[in-house]
Design a protein around this ligand. Structure first.
Ligand code: FES
Length: 107
């Protein structure tokens, strides 16, 4: 099963197996990882699942849809070029090892 690596604001890393098709937000909250809130359940209305995708993987992702792009303007931590909503990153085999830094704060 592909894995995702979450880097916490402290620098600690959490590695999680993520079923193909599952979002990185759902995987993180399902494993009780601190820092990804996911208040809206993944319908792009909260922006509390903000992550920074490591450059090696950012180019593997499709560009954000308009709604995601708009919500990224409302993140609590400043938006960066590699900002994404983790509820919109669905795991694929090609994304095995995807590494994201958890934005801080989320609220
Ligand atoms: S979980 Fe709410 S925008 Fe991603």
């Amino acid at each position: 099963m592909p894995r995702a690596i979450y880097i916490h604001p402290s620098g600690e890393r959490s590695e999680v197996e993520v079923p193909v098709g599952t979002s990185l937000m759902m995987a993180a909250t399902g494993h009780g990882l601190d820092g990804i809130v996911g208040d809206c359940g993944g319908v792009m209305s909260c922006a509390t699942c903000h992550v920074f995708v490591e450059p090696a993987f950012a180019g593997l992702l499709p560009p954000p849809a308009d709604t995601e792009d708009q919500m990224l303007d409302y993140t609590a931590a400043d938006r960066q070029p590699n900002s994404r909503l983790s509820c919109q990153i669905a795991m694929t085999d090609a994304l095995d090892g995807i590494t994201v830094r958890i934005a801080d704060p989320q609220l």
